[in-house]
Design a protein around this ligand. Structure first.
Ligand SMILES: [Fe+2]
Ligand SMILES: [Fe+2]
Length: 326
């Protein structure tokens, strides 16, 4: 397989894992995160996040631009059972696909990752089949439309918050994948921060889904900086803007009428405040390491464009073979 086809293959895998995350998350929000069924979906979504993360790290270490858009996950949303049948079919396809891909790859670390993706897809398939069985005829009941009690204004604002937090998650991840070679601590910190934004996102998405809204998770576009300071500055900007909106929401009279929602929004203010500090301190430390120069002077690549396919990152150092270890 030539390099271009190989990179396209890994990017397609990543898009599929991304689509799996979103599908299982939405379903978990629909059935309730605290129900046993919802918990199973949530923990499966979490495993899909690791899968996406492994592939993104791989691509980043190879100096390639990881695709941050989700693939298309076909499903039948009539009932929990029809959804589970769609999931079984999807995971079945992935099992075969990862098996075939692993057979085509010689590099041992990547081979191992592809095998692991396939094995965990087997686990997912088994889990879904077991739940299909467990739900029995109850699972076949059509999923009823829900009526929400949020005002149209709050619904619109929550949709914007889902979009904004989704953008923050994807942007932090993209930066972590691409820039980890330049600064490992920054990469690791950004991955953690992405997870916190995922948690922020889930509050809004769950509220919307509870109100009978569709949450499309459209690709928001992410910052394409190729240098750490520029990337962190872009992340800080989004995080700071979110903080202003969270504070406004926490003071909103309609939010005050929903006590449980108010608790969560107040918590978002403190959590996002912390995330703002983390990114700010990272940016300051990176700037002071580079002698306080402005970011564009501190980096060797002035272009903000994504690295060209096949071009190694500035630090070199990482290869496919050096997978994991940090
Ligand atoms: Fe997966
Ligand atoms: Fe899966």
């Amino acid at each position: 397989m030539d390099r271009k086809a190989f990179i396209a293959m890994l990017n397609k895998d990543m898009a599929d894992e991304h689509a799996s995350i979103i599908r299982y998350l939405i379903h978990a929000y629909q059935v309730g995160e605290s129900t046993p069924f919802g918990q199973m979906l949530l923990s499966t979504a979490r495993e899909e996040m690791w899968h996406m993360d492994w592939l993104g790290d791989e691509l980043g270490e190879m100096g390639e631009e990881p695709g941050m858009e989700q693939g298309i996950y076909p499903y039948d949303g009539t009932s929990n059972a029809s959804l589970l049948r769609s999931y079984i079919e999807w995971e079945d396809n992935l099992i075969k696909m990862y098996d075939a891909q692993a057979a085509q790859v010689d590099e041992p670390e990547l081979k191992r990752v592809l095998h692991q993706l396939g094995w965990e897809s087997i686990t997912h398939r088994r889990r879904f089949a077991s739940w299909l069985d467990k739900l029995g005829s109850e699972g076949e009941k059509p999923l009823a439309p829900v009526e929400g009690d949020l005002s149209p204004d709050l619904v619109t604002r929550f949709h914007s918050e889902v979009d904004a937090q989704y953008k923050l998650v994807l942007q932090h991840l993209r930066h972590a994948f691409v820039l980890e070679g330049q600064s490992c601590p920054v990469g690791s910190e950004l991955e953690l921060t992405a997870m916190r934004h995922m948690k922020n996102l889930s509050h809004f998405a769950e509220e919307l889904i509870d109100s009978g809204e569709d949450v499309p998770f459209s690709y928001p576009g992410v910052d394409q900086s190729s240098a750490v300071p520029d990337a962190l500055a872009a992340d800080l900007r989004l995080t700071t803007e979110a903080q202003e909106r969270f504070i406004a929401l926490s003071q909103d009279p309609e939010v005050a009428e929903h006590p449980d929602l108010k608790i969560e929004i107040d918590n978002l203010v403190t959590r996002n405040g912390l995330l703002t500090m983390v990114v700010k301190e990272l940016l300051e430390s990176v700037r002071s390491e580079s002698g306080g120069e402005s970011s564009s002077e501190a980096v060797s690549e002035p272009e903000k464009a994504a690295p060209e396919a096949g071009v190694k990152p500035t630090s070199g150092g990482f290869t496919v073979g050096s997978l994991k270890g940090h």
